[in-house]
Design a protein. Structure first.
Length: 334
């Protein structure tokens, strides 16, 4: 099989832009990324326990003892306790793997913290839903780059996949590959993903890329952003290989449901970068399949955690969220 791009290597390229990762050597960075996970903590919740070092990705953490605010790139040592002062993403890294990171100097001084923290979110219902709780399921966020949006004629040119396990993004299991095709991209698509046919020479064929995706998706429920597009391309590909694309969660639908539950406008179109900003996350540059898959994964764990505050979420509730959202609109006050 032709050589494909390394998912963790591509993720390291994005992560390296953020302090303190930008001071690490490529070898240290790659080793650290292969061990790292990203977890989400709603505002007001306690972050504690275990032999893990946590590095703030976005949001902020307040140390419960020293009352110091942690900003992006700051570290929380293993066995320390903290409180999320706002919705917070952070890297979770085994202490044994975090040595190169801990050897680096702090990139920002301690900052004072406001005297009051928000209360933990309340759950509106304790009744159990049918199906497995969403954190007990394994998920995989998937994004495609395409020559255009017509599945009858257009082709896949890049594919990214990022696994989510125990409610955490597992960076070391990421997949990224280009896909060889002779079909040129439409002007709009080319301006977005910037992948020309000559850039794809030597990349896996679509059938070889499908085998890579099937391996990444094995035992996982898929997560898409605007699932109708990915389904229109992947559904026929799965059918051609005599298998079925599993039911998927859609972060666009979950995002609209979350906004609706908060009493905010729920736009018919909700771009991934706009959703990330609404969640307080720093969006990556769009139209790179791995970057978009990572953004989708981060949005998914945040949305599932937020929706837990309204009602405990199961796998079934997340993959059938579109039906719930339509029902909410139907019975909303006029």
């Amino acid at each position: 099989m032709p050589e494909t791009n390394s998912g963790p290597g591509e993720i390291a390229r994005f992560v390296a832009r953020r302090p303190p990762f930008d001071v690490l050597s490529p070898a240290d960075l790659g080793g650290l990324i292969s061990e790292a996970e990203i977890e989400f903590h709603p505002a007001g919740t306690t972050i504690s326990g275990g032999p893990f070092v946590r590095v703030v990705h976005s949001g902020a953490l307040d140390l419960a003892d020293a009352r110091r605010r942690l900003g992006p790139g700051d570290t929380l040592p293993a066995e320390s306790r903290a409180i999320a002062a706002q919705d917070a993403l952070c890297y979770r890294i085994p202490e044994a793997a975090a040595g190169p990171l801990l050897d680096q100097p702090r990139t920002s001084p301690a900052r004072p913290v406001a005297p009051h923290l928000p209360a933990p979110p309340r759950r509106n219902s304790t009744r159990r839903s049918l199906g497995r709780p969403w954190r007990e399921e394994r998920w995989c966020a998937i994004d495609l780059e395409l020559t255009g949006l017509d599945p009858r004629h257009d082709h896949i040119v890049a594919l990214g996949a990022v696994p989510i396990e125990s409610g955490r993004v597992r960076l070391g299991g990421a997949l990224y590959t280009l896909v060889r095709t002779a079909r040129p991209s439409g002007t709009g698509a080319l301006m977005a993903h910037k992948l020309r046919p000559e850039d794809l020479e030597g990349a896996p064929t679509v059938d070889e890329a499908f085998e890579l995706l099937l391996g990444a998706l094995s035992g996982h429920q898929p997560v898409f952003h605007t699932a109708v597009i990915e389904r229109s391309f992947l559904g026929p590909l799965f059918a051609r290989h005599r298998t079925r694309l599993p039911n998927a969660a859609d972060t666009q639908v979950l995002g609209r449901l979350w906004l609706h539950n908060r009493g905010e406008p729920s736009p018919a179109g909700l771009p991934l970068t706009r959703l990330a900003r609404a969640l307080g996350q720093d969006p990556e540059e769009p139209h790179h399949a791995l970057a978009d898959a990572l953004m989708t994964a981060l949005a998914f764990i945040a949305l599932a955690a937020h929706l837990d505050a309204f009602e405990p979420q199961t796998v079934g509730r997340l993959v059938r969220a579109e039906d719930r959202f339509r029902g909410s609109l139907r019975f909303a006050p006029g």
